[in-house]
Design a protein around this ligand. Structure first.
Ligand SMILES: [Fe+2]
Length: 489
């Protein structure tokens, strides 16, 4: 399916999705103009969808014989006894059940995915200071590299077999998955395309995901990524022992940030295909495969709440200070995944994009800070204005917990010498942060990558001079030495 790239370019320049609806000149739609699919709205709803009317059973889920002799299959994503408000499952009505395959075949060779982020693993490294990566190259080969083949783990913490942890990946691909489906048994995948549209086929239907949108594929679901634009690059956040959900809003009330109704799940669409398919499983970061003689996307109807979804980041409703100072970056939280610690998220997905900045008597860019979270920032489009130099779309920037960071001197001096105007900021820029409570380790693939660069620390932040010391005389006048002053001179 062809992509109208003028639409993709247009969405890089809009301030907010609602710009489409200005003056009623464009018909109201939940979708970008070039999205070919239909969706259902809401997050965590119990949806139902049927590609052939009358194929869903009513009053029960597992009839003795389904209409058209479809097989019934339940997919359960939570423990059976998980409380009702957290219980995740779906019922699929399909031409052949998933077990109709010929067993495990040769494993695919996908070498750069890691799932053991512990200090005993020689394939991961500690990053004690700020590091960055220039934009990662697309595959430098004439061979076809699809989404699953192009997965490259960058950082992570924990282990899916321990039941809690995270991993961050890049995908660098040049070809569609052909007769191949991926199943991630380890955890949910939050995918952030940076370059190239993703046309994703799932058992629940199709999702069209463009740069500026994200998609979440839950654990155990089958999906195939097609690349209608050819080369494609993006970021992936994987969570183990948890799942993505909307953050609580606290004093914000019932609205703002990401709205539940802006999350879109597919409608049923099926293929009856008697050709050979490879189903690739990822378990503990290792890949295996089985072969079957039919499409895995033969689901005619389904119901349930264990369903993939997408979200357009241009719909995010930013909040911020309307008087003085900054609010903590948690105000940018689009989705969060809980940890086993009830007061600490495992990871937050934060959106950083176009908004108004109106606070006064402060300086606008981020203050100097150290915090317990690991920050892995990605950049989708635009020109970054943050504290990191050499940060471009398709690249990464990383600080592990308590690594100090903030503005370089020239930006700080400019920001503190000017009276801040009320202004739109990051008008054509879109970035994000994977912010995790876990101390992240860096994979050897990322650590040894030619695009990795250290910051020129002494020539940048080393230039933050001591402005305080020149006020010695005035300070002495305020605090006389006789009062027990412990200052050194
Ligand atoms: Fe930070």
């Amino acid at each position: 399916m062809a992509v109208d790239n003028s639409v993709a370019e247009k969405y890089k320049k809009i301030f907010h999705f609602s710009d489409n609806l200005r003056d009623g000149k464009v018909p109201t739609s939940a979708l970008r103009e070039n999205d070919p699919y239909q969706y259902q709205s809401g997050l965590g709803n119990h949806f139902e969808s049927e590609a052939i009317p009358g194929t869903l059973p009513y009053g029960q889920n597992n009839p003795r014989v389904s209409r058209f002799e479809l097989y019934t299959e339940q997919v359960t994503g939570s423990a059976f006894v998980t409380p009702r408000d957290k219980n995740k499952h779906s019922w699929l009505y399909r031409a052949q059940p998933s077990v109709a395959n010929f067993g495990t075949g040769p494993p695919p060779d996908i070498p750069d995915v890691e799932a053991n982020f512990s200090l005993g693993n020689p394939h991961v490294q500690i990053a004690p200071t700020q590091i960055g990566w220039l934009p990662f190259d697309m595959p430098q080969t004439n061979e076809k590299v699809d989404f699953v083949q192009g997965l490259k783990a960058v950082a992570g913490s924990g282990d899916p077999y321990v039941g809690e942890g995270v991993a961050m990946h890049m995908y660098l691909a040049n070809a569609s998955m052909e007769k191949r489906a991926m199943v991630n048994c380890d955890g949910e995948l939050l995918i952030v395309p940076q370059k190239g549209t993703l046309d994703i086929q799932t058992e629940y239907g199709n999702l069209w995901v463009q740069p500026g949108e994200i998609v979440v594929i839950q654990r155990g679901q089958r999906f195939t990524v097609k690349l209608p634009d050819g080369q494609s690059r993006g970021y992936v956040q994987e969570v183990w022992g948890s799942y993505f959900e909307l953050p609580n809003l606290g004093p914000l009330g019932s609205n703002s940030l990401a709205s539940p109704r802006d999350f879109l799940s597919p409608i049923a669409a099926y293929d009856i295909d008697k050709s050979e398919w490879q189903i690739v499983y990822k378990q503990g970061g290792k890949f295996s495969a089985c072969i079957q003689d039919h499409s895995p996307y033969d689901v005619v109807a389904w119901s349930g709440n264990y369903v993939p979804y997408k979200y357009d980041l241009t719909k995010f409703i930013y909040v911020g200070s309307i008087s003085v100072d900054h609010i903590d970056p948690s105000i940018f939280c689009c989705l969060t995944a809980k940890s086993k610690d009830p007061i600490t998220p495992l990871v937050d997905f934060l959106v950083v994009g176009p908004r108004f900045d109106v606070s006064v008597h402060t300086y606008r860019p981020p203050y100097y800070h150290r915090n317990c979270a690991s920050e892995l920032m990605g950049f989708i489009h635009g020109e970054w204005m943050g504290p990191a130099e050499e940060f471009y779309p398709g690249g990464l920037h990383f600080e592990t917990g308590f690594v100090p960071h903030g503005l370089e001197p020239k930006v700080y001096n400019k920001a503190t010498s000017l009276e801040p105007p009320v202004m739109k900021i990051m008008e054509h820029d879109l970035g994000f942060m994977f912010e995790s409570s876990r101390p992240l380790l860096i994979t050897n693939w990322a650590w040894n990558h030619p695009r990795k660069h250290d910051h020129d620390h002494s020539n940048v932040w080393g230039g933050l001079d001591n402005k305080f010391i020149k006020y010695q005389q005035q300070i002495s006048a305020v605090i006389p030495m006789e009062s027990g002053d412990k200052r050194t001179h």
